[in-house]
Design a protein around this ligand. Structure first.
Ligand SMILES: [Zn+2]
Length: 442
């Protein structure tokens, strides 16, 4: 087995050690062994010519969805992602596919608190919450996701859940919104109050700034950034895609998810089963469906057929995100630091794994330096997840590397633990790895 790999001639960028140089990177025994302008090729090394390419740490995506099937794993690998956090997962729907897909992904998942499904109702008490959370952590979850923006819990129940996660020192991500406030800027402001100085991951900050409250997404982005500055122990991520992702499920004649309801309103459709059908037919609601190993946005006619065949139980994407708000949120700094820590995609099996495709043009535009891009796409999310050997090219770090063509903003090679996972439209079998609450510190 080849255990040495020399990546030669590329522009190597690392935010941990702040370097940006044209040179060579040597991988040995699954780790970064050396990085410098010139390395003499060890006799046994395989060589990758990276001339004209960017050599960066494998992307770390702190907000994705893969639970339940395989396509998301392939979509992440193709997008250059080597480490990710699934924000709504169940161990029985994660572990088998992490193994069978073999795309070299290092993956953790957050168990969702969902009223009527994983907790009894909208206002579970502290005893119930503690039992559910402890059970999830024993079942290999990395932490907990409060998905109250879709399926509301009371503010009190969310506060209790955040407190319990803090007591247990487990990761807690929140999609803002409650029985009192929507999945919007007011929901985010409410989250800041109920989290106080407790640690939480504020999920997809851009998604609260769609102009639902003020009619002005840019103004709401300003409010969101102020909210985050008032949360000293929170971490946060935002994505750059215009499309969102939500559930199409209809129950008792209405869409189940509050986000889906908002999207119908935003497009001028009735909030009903008939309104949703019309939105699917017209192409305002884009049905996610499988093509080969990938999930894509189906064209409207095919999407409508799939929606009917699945009895509305499909993922939908609506073009509801404001690009202006997204860019402002991704690039804003305060005191020399980014206000929102990391770039995410909320992708995986939702077809918008677009960090390279969307953020590299922002580098060209001058909104980020390449070093800042690598910080937000690799290093900062690894720190959020306390994965000290990820998101960096320091000597001794895990050899997770993505080689990017700067002209196409696509991954040419994706390398995980020193092994090539993806190149030239082909996937090579590399085992995946789970990181979990009990596995911390290994
Ligand atoms: Zn999500």
């Amino acid at each position: 087995m080849m255990n040495k790999l020399l990546i030669s001639g590329g522009r190597i960028i690392d935010a941990a050690d702040s370097f940006d140089l044209i040179g060579e990177l040597l991988v040995s025994n699954k780790k970064i062994a050396e990085c410098s302008a010139k390395i003499t090729k060890p006799a046994s090394a395989q060589v990758i010519d990276a001339s004209g390419k960017l050599v960066i740490p494998g992307l770390v995506d702190p907000h994705i969805h893969v639970s339940g099937d395989e396509p998301g794993y392939f979509m992440l690998a193709r997008a250059g992602v080597t480490t990710a956090l699934d924000l709504c997962g169940f161990s029985e729907e994660i572990i088998p596919y992490l193994q069978s897909s073999a795309t070299g992904l290092t993956l953790g998942f957050l168990f969702p608190l969902s009223p009527g499904r994983t907790v009894s109702g909208t206002n579970p008490d502290k005893n119930e919450l503690r039992k559910v959370i402890e059970k999830a952590l024993n079942n290999k979850a990395f932490g907990i996701k409060i998905i109250s923006g879709h399926y509301p819990l009371t503010p009190e129940a969310q506060h209790k859940a955040i407190e319990i996660c803090n007591e247990l020192n487990c990761h807690c991500a929140v999609h803002a919104g409650s029985t009192e406030k929507g999945s919007n800027i007011e929901g985010l402001e409410e989250l800041a109050e109920l989290a106080g100085d407790l640690p939480v991951q504020v999920a997809h900050v851009n998604s609260y700034c769609r102009g639902q409250i003020t009619g002005n997404p840019i103004e709401e982005a300003g409010r969101a950034l102020n909210v985050l500055k008032s949360m000293p122990n929170a971490c946060s991520e935002s994505y750059l895609d215009v499309m969102n992702g939500t559930s199409g499920r209809i129950e008792n004649g209405v869409p189940l998810s509050n986000v889906t309801k908002n999207c119908l309103k935003a497009g001028g459709y009735q909030v009903s089963a008939a309104g949703l059908e019309n939105a699917v037919k017209s192409g305002w609601a884009r049905v996610n469906g499988i093509r080969g190993k990938e999930i894509v946005l189906l064209p409207p006619v095919e999407g409508y057929e799939h929606f009917k065949a699945k009895n509305s139980d499909v993922m939908l994407s609506f073009a509801v995100n404001s690009p202006g708000a997204a860019i402002g949120i991704a690039t804003a700094q305060s005191g020399g630091r980014f206000i929102v820590n990391a770039l995410s995609t909320d992708g995986g099996k939702i077809p918008r794994n677009t960090t390279l495709a969307k953020a590299l043009p922002l580098v060209r535009f001058g909104a980020f330096s390449l070093l800042e891009f690598v910080e937000k796409a690799c290093l900062a999310p690894a720190k959020m997840l306390k994965l000290e050997n990820k998101g960096r090219l320091s000597v001794g770090a895990d050899a997770d590397i993505t080689i990017v063509d700067p002209d196409t903003a696509r991954a040419e090679y994706v390398i995980s633990g020193g092994q090539i996972v993806y190149h030239a439209d082909k996937f090579f079998e590399v085992p995946g790895t789970l990181f979990s609450y009990d596995g911390r510190g290994n």
